[in-house]
Each structure stands twice: as structure tokens, then as C-alpha cells.
Design a protein around this ligand. Structure first.
Ligand SMILES: *[C@@H]1O[C@H](CO)[C@@H](O)[C@H](O)[C@H]1NC(C)=O
Ligand SMILES: *[C@@H]1O[C@H](CO)[C@@H](O)[C@H](O)[C@H]1NC(C)=O
Ligand SMILES: *[C@@H]1O[C@H](CO)[C@@H](O)[C@H](O)[C@H]1NC(C)=O
Ligand SMILES: *[C@@H]1O[C@H](CO)[C@@H](O)[C@H](O)[C@H]1NC(C)=O
Ligand SMILES: *[C@@H]1O[C@H](CO)[C@@H](O)[C@H](O)[C@H]1NC(C)=O
Length: 335
């Protein structure tokens, strides 16, 4: 019965039309979910023989929460779920177990979803390197450690028992390394060092929960100086200061006569100079200034008496006041 079969095939293809269409576009490949410093990034390769102009949409879920929208209609080949603009804050939690998936789109066609591996944030994230600074002080070096910045939460919040493993060596003897481990403080003083020697230091973070080794810090080097340097310099400075003070006192005692002569001279001023200074000035301007009196101020009495009559009654008062300000000797009275 070819007709029946034909009808069946037609019906089937109509029913499954959308699935068939969405299957036309091949799917992204090599889909993987990774985490570095507590971010969560889905990365993929384009489908084999992909046309240009493909866009991608991603989603993520946890073992208990169904798929949520991640990046939509993007043309890049990765999506950072910790940088999404979602109303959920944070979009990713530090102990979650996540899956991601991605599909390609071209016009109205979509590929099938491709699921990723799973990532448990605190167990699988790769912890980046700490940032190390050194401060040399005599024959000791202070190591100051800054934790890597996490995309979600902080190192100390996620791993409360994180410790530092500090490795250090003389720059001239790379093979002879020494370690201090299980350090919880982020400031450590190395004090078993030789003076006048350059040491290099590298730090690694250890967490108990995360089995992956964290990234080593960059190697930083610093030289020690002489331990005795600081007290010795201080002693010399004190000695020089005391010697100068003693010398000053001696000079003051030996030359006290000359110094007092210089400060309070015994020689008197010439007589005519003294007279000149004491004489009354007789310039006429000065005399005028001395004899002048402050200008006399003239006052006139003004009384203003309230007028509770109608508005027209106030007009003459206004006039009178104007006149007053000019003639200045008016007494306004109630009419
Ligand atoms: C999340 O996705 C994975 C892989 O696709 C799936 O096995 C799991 O059941 C999904 N979780 C939920 C809650 O749907
Ligand atoms: C998130 O939203 C801000 C403004 O609200 C916008 O500038 C930014 O481009 C958005 N980022 C993404 C990845 O959509
Ligand atoms: C993504 O692109 C599809 C067509 O390719 C369009 O229908 C859809 O509205 C777009 N979504 C967003 C959020 O831009
Ligand atoms: C380390 O810290 C210093 C000072 O705070 C800063 O200048 C430097 O950029 C940091 N390095 C890294 C790799 O974060
Ligand atoms: C510290 O690091 C060094 C070298 O990186 C390693 O040999 C040593 O075993 C580590 N110590 C601990 C306790 O992890």
C-alpha cells in the first residue's frame, strides 16, 4: 500500500517538522564548563563546516534548579555565567554544582542543545596565584600576601582553612629551597636569613576542599641588609648630636663676654643722633594732624507718630519724610 505509506510519511514529517528543521543545523562541539577564581565559563567550538553569521544561546542549571537562560544570541564562543545581567544576585553560588548547555542558531533554525561537563564550584575551581610583596628590614624580610580576587565570594569565605605554603631560597642557590607551610596569616616575617643576601620567594595557596593545586605566585626577590646596621647608625647619629651640643656650650662659655657685648653693646649712641630722635617733629602737616579735631556731627531730632487714618492720610506723611531726608530738620506730627 504505497499510498497509505506515503500518507503516513507525510503525516509523520509534518508532526516532526519542527524537530527535523531544528536538527538541520549542526551543533557546537567541544563544549566545556570551566571555573577559574570562582567564575563559571562555558566555552565551545563552532559546528563543523559552520556557515558564517551563527549565533549562540546558552543555559545553565544545577542538580536541583532547572535550566536558566545564560547568554542569548551572542556571536562569541564563550559565556561567563558569573557576569550575567540577572535579577538573581548572585547568579552563581559558591557551593553549587552546575551544568551548562549551548545551541547554535542561524535565522529561524536552531541546532540541538549540547550539554557540558559538570563543575562543583568550590571543588573544581582553579585558584589563581596570590600577589606577593616583600619588605626588607635588616636581616629579615617581611612577606605580604594578597589573595586572588574571586568572581563570586572571597577566598576566605569559601575556604576558611586556606593556608599559604611559602618557599624561599638564596638567589644564588636555586636548588636549596626552604619551606614554611600551614601559614594562615597574610603577613610573615622570615628571620632565619643571612645578612647582605638576595632571597627569592614564591607562595602557593592550599585549601583542604579543593584537590587542584592552586597557581604559584610570581617569584619575587629582595636583599637583606646588615642586622646591626640600624642600631649602629642610630648610635653614630646620637654621638654626633651630643658632640655638637657640647661644642656649642663650650663656645658659649669661652666667648660669653664677646657674645654679651654683641647683643647689648656698651657704646652709647652719639649725642646729636639721640637729640634728633627725641626732638619734637615740627612739620606743619604733623602739627595739623595733631591739632585737628574729628569733624563735628550734627544731629536733628525726628519724631514719627503713627497715623491710623485712611490711606489718603498717609500721603502727606510720605511727602514729609522725603522732605525730611533732604532738609533734615522736620518734625512730623499727627494732623
Ligand atoms: C541539569 O542538567 C543536567 C545535564 O543536562 C541534567 O542531568 C540534570 O537533570 C539537570 N538538572 C535539573 C534539575 O533539571
Ligand atoms: C548589563 O547591563 C548593563 C546596563 O544595565 C549593560 O551596560 C551591559 O552591557 C549588560 N551586559 C550584558 C552582558 O548584557
Ligand atoms: C534571538 O534571536 C532570535 C532569532 O535569531 C530572535 O527570535 C530572538 O528574539 C532573539 N532574542 C533576543 C533576546 O534577542
Ligand atoms: C600585586 O599588587 C600590587 C600592589 O598592590 C599591584 O601593583 C600589582 O598589579 C599586583 N599584581 C597582580 C598580578 O595582581
Ligand atoms: C610547599 O611547596 C613546596 C614546593 O612548591 C613543596 O615541595 C612542599 O611539599 C609544599 N608543602 C606543603 C605542606 O604543601
Amino acid at each position: 500500500m504505497p499510498a497509505t505509506l506515503q500518507a503516513f510519511i507525510l503525516t509523520f514529517s509534518t508532526l516532526c517538522g519542527s524537530t527535523v528543521v531544528s536538527g538541520i543545523l549542526s551543533s557546537p562541539t567541544n563544549v566545556r564548563l570551566t571555573s577559574y577564581n570562582m567564575n563559571l565559563v562555558l566555552t565551545w567550538n563552532p559546528p563543523k563546516g559552520a556557515a558564517s553569521g551563527l549565533i549562540y544561546t546558552t543555559e545553565y542549571n544545577t542538580s536541583v534548579i532547572p535550566y536558566r537562560v545564560g547568554c542569548v544570541n551572542i556571536s562569541t564562543l564563550n559565556c561567563d555565567f558569573t557576569r550575567l545581567n540577572t535579577s538573581m544576585r548572585p547568579a552563581i553560588i559558591e557551593y553549587g554544582k552546575y551544568f551548562g548547555r549551548v545551541r547554535a542558531q542561524l535565522g529561524s533554525e536552531s541546532s540541538a542543545w549540547v550539554e557540558s561537563n559538570t563543575i562543583t564550584m568550590d571543588k573544581d575551581t582553579i585558584i589563581g596565584s596570590p600577589n606577593v610583596s616583600l619588605f626588607s628590614n635588616g636581616a629579615t624580610i617581611e612577606v605580604s600576601i594578597k589573595d586572588p580576587v574571586f568572581a563570586v565570594s572571597t577566598l576566605r569565605n569559601v575556604y576558611s582553612f586556606a593556608t599559604y605554603n611559602i618557599t624561599y631560597w638564596k638567589n644564588s642557590q636555586r636548588e636549596k629551597t626552604r619551606h614554611i607551610s600551614n601559614i594562615q596569616q597574610n603577613r610573615v616575617v622570615l628571620n632565619d636569613l643571612d645578612p647582605w643576601t638576595e632571597y627569592c620567594i614564591q607562595v602557593q595557596i592550599n585549601t583542604e576542599r579543593n584537590p587542584k593545586p592552586s597557581k604559584l605566585s610570581g617569584i619575587v626577590c629582595e636583599s637583606t641588609t646588615n642586622e646591626e646596621a640600624a642600631p649602629w647608625v642610630a648610635a653614630i647619629v646620637t654621638f654626633v648630636f651630643m658632640a655638637m651640643a657640647v661644642a656649642l656650650v663650650v663656645v658659649a662659655v669661652v666667648y660669653r663676654e664677646r657674645i654679651s657685648n654683641f647683643l647689648c653693646p656698651k657704646d652709647a649712641l652719639p649725642q646729636h643722633f639721640k637729640e634728633y630722635l627725641l626732638a619734637h617733629p615740627n612739620s606743619t602737616i604733623y602739627m595739623d594732624m595733631r591739632n585737628s579735631h574729628p569733624p563735628e556731627e550734627i544731629y536733628h531730632q525726628i519724631s514719627i507718630i503713627a497715623d491710623d487714618r485712611s490711606v489718603e492720610g498717609e500721603v502727606p506723611l510720605e511727602v514729609a519724610r522725603t522732605a525730611c531726608s533732604k532738609q533734615c530738620d522736620v518734625t512730623v506730627e499727627e494732623r
